[in-house]
Design a protein around this ligand. Structure first.
Ligand code: ADP
Length: 493
C-alpha cells in the first residue's frame, strides 16, 4: 500500500480557464486510486458554465495564438518538454496512484510526451500552403492552410498523460486554441498536470483551457462544445459506443470530429517467425498497461507448426509477469481502472470458459488486479473471440491456423481497423500480407503496439479516423483558396 506521505501533493484540482485556476469552494468529487481505493484528490465538479467560460476564453485567445510567430510557439513547446522531463518522477507517481499505471508504461508516457512536444515545436515551420496552376491568365492561386479555431478535446484515462498531450499539442501546434475535458477517471493525469506545465511554460492565457467534471456530467459539457459556434472541431479519444453518440451530435452541428477509438488488433505468427521475438512482442503487445491500450493485441493466430512451442513459451513468460501495486518499481501489471472494467473482463473470460475455452494461464483477480490471461480453444462465438467487442483488459486469445491465408481471413473478421502485426522470417511475404490488411496501422516483425509520436497512428472503420504526428495537420487546418488577379477579367455574362 502507498502511504499518503509518500505521494507528491496534487496541488491543482480546479479548472484552468483563461490562464487562471478557478477558485476552490464549489462542488467536488473524489478521485480514487484504483489499486487501494484511497482518495488522491478532491476534484472540482464542473458543468456547462465552466465549459462555456473555457470556450469563450479559447475563442478570444485564438486570433493571437494563430498569429504567434513559429519561433515563439517553438520556444513554448520546448519549454513544456523541459518541464515535463523535469517533473518525470512526480508524473510517474501520479499516473500510478490515479490511473493504476505501472512504472514501465508511466515512463513510456512521459518520454513519448517529451518527444512529441519537441517535435510539435517545429510544426509551426511546416509549409502553410501551395501555389496552384490556374487556367486564367493573370491569376495567381494559392491553397493557404489556416487553423480551424477552437478545438474541443476529450482526453482518456488509459494513456492519460501522453494521449492528453496528443489531444492538446497537435491542434495547438497548427495554431488552434484548445479546451479539454479530461476523463473523470484521471482528471489530474489527463489534463490538470498539462495545464500546470503550460502555465509554467508561459503559454498565453486562453490558448489551453481545462474543465474537469464528476462522473455522469460528461454529456452536459459535451453539449456546450457541440452547440457553440466557436468550437470548430471535436477531438475525441475513447470508445466506439460513445463516439457514435458524439459523431451523431457533431453531424447535426455540421462539426468535424476526429475519432481515435478502440481496436481488436490481431497478431499473425507465421511458422518461419523468430519464436523468442514473437513471444516477447506478444507479451508486450497484449499485456502492457494491463491490456488497457487501444493498440493492444487481442488475438494471436499462429501457424500450426509453431503453435505449441509458441503457446508454451508465451504462457511461461506471461505467468512470470509481476502483478500488484503500481507504485512498486517491480510491478508490471497494476489494477484495472475500475470495478466495471474488472466485471467486464471477468464476465467475458467466464463466458469463454463456459463455452469450452481452455485457460492457459491467468483468469483470476486480486482486488482490481486481473492476472494476465491467455485463452486457447476458444469457440468462435465467445465474446472475447468475436472481433466485434473490445475486451479492454489483459486477455489474449491464441488460435492455431493452417496457413497465412486462413490467418488473414480470421484476423480481418472484425469491424475494427486499428492495428495489426505479422511476425515472419520472410520480409517480402510479411510486406505482401501487410498490404492486404484493412487497418490504419500494420507492423511486420513488431507488436501491434508501437508508440512513436511522429508516426501517423489512427484507424479505419470502427476504429475511427484522423492521424497523429504532423499528419494531424490534415485534421486541424483547413485550406482557404486565395487568388490574386491581374488585368481585367473576362466573364460569360
Ligand atoms: P471509457 O469508458 O473507456 O472511459 P468512453 O468512450 O465511455 O470510454 O469515455 C470517453 C470519454 O467520453 C470520457 O471523457 C467521458 O467522460 C466521455 N463520455 C462518456 N459518455 C459520454 C456522453 N454520453 N456524452 C459525452 N461524453 C461522454
Amino acid at each position: 500500500m502507498t502511504s499518503l506521505a509518500a505521494r507528491p501533493a496534487i496541488t491543482t484540482t480546479t479548472h484552468f480557464i483563461n490562464g487562471a485556476w478557478s477558485e476552490p469552494g464549489g462542488p467536488t468529487f473524489p478521485d480514487y486510486n484504483p489499486f487501494d481505493d484511497q482518495v488522491v484528490a478532491e476534484i472540482a465538479a464542473g458543468g456547462p458554465a465552466e465549459a462555456e467560460a473555457a470556450v469563450a476564453a479559447a475563442h478570444a485567445a485564438f486570433p493571437g495564438w494563430a498569429a504567434t510567430a513559429p519561433a515563439e510557439r517553438q520556444r513554448l513547446f520546448l519549454k513544456a518538454a523541459d518541464i515535463t522531463e523535469r517533473r518525470r518522477a512526480e508524473i510517474v507517481h501520479i499516473l500510478a496512484v490515479e490511473s493504476g499505471c505501472s512504472a514501465p508504461f508511466a515512463h513510456f508516457q512521459v518520454q513519448w510526451s517529451v518527444n512529441l512536444l519537441r517535435q510539435a515545436a517545429n510544426w509551426g515551420y511546416l509549409p502553410v500552403g501551395e501555389v496552384l496552376p490556374s487556367d486564367t491568365p493573370g491569376r495567381f492561386a494559392m491553397a493557404v492552410r489556416k487553423p480551424l479555431g477552437v478545438v474541443a478535446g476529450f482526453t482518456p484515462w488509459n494513456g492519460a498523460f501522453n494521449l492528453a498531450w496528443r489531444t492538446i499539442a497537435l491542434p495547438m501546434a497548427f495554431g488552434n486554441t484548445v479546451v479539454i475535458k479530461p476523463s473523470e477517471e484521471a482528471p489530474v493525469s489527463a489534463g490538470l498536470l498539462h495545464a500546470e506545465i503550460a502555465a509554467e511554460a508561459g503559454f498565453p492565457a486562453g490558448s489551453l483551457n481545462v474543465v474537469v467534471h464528476a462522473p455522469g456530467d460528461a454529456a452536459a459539457i459535451s453539449e456546450v462544445f457541440m452547440a457553440s459556434p466557436a468550437v470548430r472541431c471535436i477531438n475525441f479519444t475513447g470508445s466506439a459506443s460513445t463516439a457514435r453518440i458524439l459523431a451523431e451530435r457533431a453531424g447535426r452541428a455540421l462539426k468535424p470530429i476526429v475519432l481515435e477509438l478502440g481496436g481488436y488488433n490481431p497478431m499473425i505468427v507465421l511458422a518461419d517467425a523468430d519464436l523468442a521475438h514473437a513471444v516477447d512482442a506478444t507479451v508486450f503487445g497484449a499485456f502492457f498497461h494491463q491490456g488497457q491500450i487501444c493498440l493492444c493485441t487481442r488475438k494471436v493466430l499462429v501457424e500450426r507448426p509453431l503453435h505449441d512451442a509458441f503457446l508454451d513459451a508465451l504462457a511461461a513468460r506471461t505467468a512470470a509477469l509481476s502483478c500488484g501495486d503500481p507504485t512498486k518499481a517491480s510491478t508490471v501489471i497494476g489494477p484495472l481502472i475500475n470495478d466495471r472494467a474488472v466485471r467486464q473482463v471477468a464476465a467475458r473470460v467466464e463466458e469463454a470458459i463456459a463455452r469450452g475455452a481452455r485457460v492457459v494461464t491467468g483468469a483470476a483477480s486480486h482486488g482490481r488486479v486481473y492476472e494476465p490471461t491467455i485463452l486457447a480453444d476458444v469457440p468462435r462465438d465467445a465474446v472475447v473471440a468475436l472481433g466485434s467487442e473490445e475486451t479492454f483488459g489483459p486477455v489474449l486469445v491464441v488460435e492455431a491456423v493452417e496457413d497465412a491465408e486462413e490467418a488473414l481471413e480470421r484476423a480481418q473478421a472484425t469491424p475494427y481497423g486499428l492495428s495489426a502485426a505479422i511476425m515472419t522470417g520472410d520480409q517480402d511475404r510479411g510486406l505482401d500480407l501487410a498490404q492486404r490488411f484493412d487497418t490504419g496501422i500494420v507492423h511486420v516483425n513488431a507488436p501491434t503496439l508501437v508508440g512513436e509520436p511522429s508516426l501517423p497512428n489512427g484507424g479505419v472503420k470502427d476504429s475511427g479516423w484522423g492521424r497523429s504526428g504532423h499528419y494531424a495537420r490534415e485534421d486541424f487546418t483547413e485550406i482557404r483558396l486565395t487568388t490574386l488577379n491581374h488585368g481585367a477579367g473576362r466573364y460569360p455574362i
